[in-house]
Design a protein around this ligand. Structure first.
Ligand SMILES: Cc1cc2nc3c(=O)[nH]c(=O)nc-3n(C[C@H](O)[C@H](O)[C@H](O)COP(=O)(O)OP(=O)(O)OC[C@H]3O[C@@H](n4cnc5c(N)ncnc54)[C@H](O)[C@@H]3O)c2cc1C
Ligand SMILES: *[C@@H]1O[C@H](CO)[C@@H](O)[C@H](O)[C@H]1NC(C)=O
Ligand SMILES: *[C@@H]1O[C@H](CO)[C@@H](O)[C@H](O)[C@H]1NC(C)=O
Ligand SMILES: *[C@@H]1O[C@H](CO)[C@@H](O)[C@H](O)[C@H]1NC(C)=O
Ligand SMILES: *[C@@H]1O[C@H](CO)[C@@H](O)[C@H](O)[C@H]1NC(C)=O
Ligand SMILES: *[C@@H]1O[C@H](CO)[C@@H](O)[C@H](O)[C@H]1NC(C)=O
Ligand SMILES: *[C@@H]1O[C@H](CO)[C@@H](O)[C@H](O)[C@H]1NC(C)=O
Ligand SMILES: *[C@@H]1O[C@H](CO)[C@@H](O)[C@H](O)[C@H]1NC(C)=O
Length: 491
């Protein structure tokens, strides 16, 4: 790069103020540092990786930028060096539909049928009080299905009527009471893992959006899993084919996104091999679009207002061995004396056996960020307690083998901002300034993220077609950049 930054040594603490006025102008860059593509995709989790391959397969040129050293995002896997087996401790299962099957087959990754029963028989215990609980739930009843059917617009997204039904903005426990849901149904909706936050008070619309018809189908048998119990395989297989269009350990440090299609998008990314300038027609965001992630994209004030409503929650996962716990059971944290026996948070959600003998994975739910040390300490205490409760013949010291921080997880907005039209505004941002949002903002699971991306694809392809040659428009860009810079410095 030719002196784009006011001072050197900025690679760690990139400062907007230090961005030279001509930073987005290609004449400021060595040609080897310029990446010219139809589409830039940011975030290499389920959403970004899928979009990248689908656009490639439509003959579009792509570049994928991922913050970490790997693809897969929430799909994390521990490879056991002793047995060679794998333990997924993030994303577990997929819906068995053609989109999932085609994507796995595209990346030469085998699928197998999956039954939720293979997670083991549940043992309920109060991890805090140290008592076993005799909880039996008959599962979700028809009463739940009847309620879910009132809101078909929550099945594939969050396209709310105006005004939004106040029922959907009730805390879930209030909805349970208002509509007299059965005790067993209530327990079944509250005992689900991988749901963050205070389950009793989660807004009703998020319960129906997540525990939707697709999820119910999965739970009743239409679920598939990687045949090797290695959900990272899909993403590892993606890497070779994406060279040289994949930038790992890389982030966007500055962005210019035009309101006009012909001017496209320019991004400055920081990679292990230095700064690069991406010149693309369209931008796809497969990252959680919380403000913290979005500031470097040069937000306009409308985008800033809309995106500032989004917040994600903490959630953690890990793998543990040497537990002394019988496999074949999943140990679930429940509280002896709370409404519907919901465990208070922060706490370990439960320990689930994996297909590698002796290895369990566990999840941890907390309203606030917690350190790995604290979480592993609590998980250890819970295991020691379960050893006693289940009369384990041995009381070994647990060994922690893997850990992941999934924050910001389950992107949400407050009842007030939803009432004020947040989701309408968010859908309204699709395509705005050549930018598309394909992550888990409107649906929660990978299968649905992929389906949503598929549904958006024709519009994105049309937008690429409508973008004129970017070289032609370079002079327009320059004038915009100068104006834009004024805004950045002013923020
Ligand atoms: C514990 C757990 C269990 C789950 N189980 C299932 C399941 O069984 N089935 C299912 O379908 N779904 C499951 N999910 C839901 C899961 O979140 C989604 O399926 C899916 O992973 C979401 O994909 P995504 O691409 O939107 O987000 P992510 O998978 O989170 O990917 C986002 C990617 O963007 C990267 N990134 C973030 N910020 C930046 C940045 N600023 N710049 C560049 N890159 C960035 C991240 O490193 C990551 O690679 C589970 C989630 C969790 C946490
Ligand atoms: C990414 O960074 C990690 C941690 O620094 C490193 O181990 C890994 O080799 C890097 N990968 C790439 C592709 O740069
Ligand atoms: C998924 O569904 C298809 C079609 O019903 C079926 O043929 C297949 O066996 C199922 N399982 C897997 C792993 O594909
Ligand atoms: C557990 O509850 C079930 C149903 O309520 C009951 O039949 C069973 O006897 C109970 N078991 C114990 C050990 O208390
Ligand atoms: C739960 O409440 C009952 C009745 O109040 C009490 O006897 C019991 O000890 C409590 N259990 C725990 C684990 O707190
Ligand atoms: C564990 O042992 C105690 C005392 O011997 C007994 O009362 C209890 O039922 C046992 N619990 C289990 C889960 O086997
Ligand atoms: C995909 O989404 C569309 C609309 O968003 C929906 O009609 C369709 O049923 C979904 N397909 C699957 C397999 O989920
Ligand atoms: C984009 O343009 C190509 C080539 O002109 C054309 O084949 C394709 O149908 C167009 N796609 C869309 C979505 O407009």
């Amino acid at each position: 790069m030719k002196s784009l930054f006011v001072s050197s040594g900025l690679s760690l603490a990139f400062s907007m103020a230090a961005l030279a006025a001509n930073a987005f102008d290609e004449s400021s860059w060595d040609s080897s540092q310029i990446i010219r593509r139809d589409v830039a995709i940011i975030g290499g989790g389920a959403a970004g990786t899928y979009a990248t391959f689908r656009l490639k397969d439509h003959g579009k040129s792509v570049v994928l930028v991922e913050k970490t050293g790997r693809l897969g995002g929430h799909a994390v896997t521990y490879e056991d060096p002793i047995t060679g087996g794998s333990v997924d401790y993030g994303v577990q299962v997929y819906d068995n539909n053609s989109i999932v099957r085609n994507f796995f087959s595209r990346l030469n990754t085998p699928l197998a049928d999956f039954s939720f029963a293979s997670f083991g028989r549940p043992i309920y215990a109060d991890f805090k009080e140290g008592v076993l609980l005799n909880l039996t739930s008959g599962g979700l009843g028809q009463d739940y299905i009847n309620e879910l059917n009132k809101y078909p617009y929550l099945n594939d997204g969050i396209e709310l009527p105006n005004p939004v039904s106040e029922d959907l903005l009730l805390p879930w426990v209030d909805y349970i009471n208002k509509y007299h849901l059965d005790y067993s149904t209530a327990v079944a909706t509250l005992a689900r893992p991988a749901i963050t936050g205070d389950l009793l008070n989660i807004l009703t619309l998020y319960v129906f959006n997540d525990l939707n018809h697709l999820m119910l189908q999965e739970e009743s048998g239409a679920a598939v899993i990687n045949a090797n119990h290695d959900n990272s395989q899909l993403y590892r297989n993606a890497v070779p084919e994406l060279q040289p269009d994949l930038f790992l350990n890389s982030t966007v440090v500055a962005g210019y996104r035009s309101t006009r299609k012909r001017d496209g998008v320019r991004l400055i990314i920081q990679t292990p091999a230095g700064f690069k300038l991406i010149i693309a027609k369209q931008l796809i965001l497969g990252i959680p679009p919380v403000l913290e992630n979005m500031r470097s994209f040069g937000l306009d004030s409308h985008e800033h207002d809309v995106l500032s409503n989004i917040y994600g929650l903490p959630y953690y996962g890990g793998v543990v061995s040497n537990t002394g716990l019988a496999s074949g059971f999943s140990y679930k944290n429940s509280a002896a004396n709370t409404t519907y026996n919901v465990a208070e948070i922060p706490s370990v959600v439960g320990f689930t056996p994996s297909t590698v003998d002796g290895l369990f994975f566990y999840w941890y739910n907390s309203p606030e960020p917690v350190s790995q040390q604290q979480i592993e300490g609590e998980a250890r205490d819970a295991i020691k307690l379960l050893q006693k409760l289940t009369n384990s013949t041995t009381q070994p010291e647990p060994r922690f083998l893997a850990f992941a921080d999934f924050a910001p997880y389950q992107l949400r907005a407050s009842a007030d901002s939803i009432r004020n039209g947040f989701y309408d505004d968010m859908y309204g941002l699709q395509g705005h300034r050549n930018t598309w949002y394909t992550g888990t903002l409107f649906v929660t699971g990978s299968s649905q993220v992929w389906n949503n991306t598929e549904v958006m694809l024709p519009e994105i392809l049309a937008a690429i077609n409508a973008s004129k040659s970017l070289r032609e428009a370079a002079w327009i860009l320059l004038s915009h950049t100068l104006k834009r810079l004024g805004n950045i410095v002013g923020e």
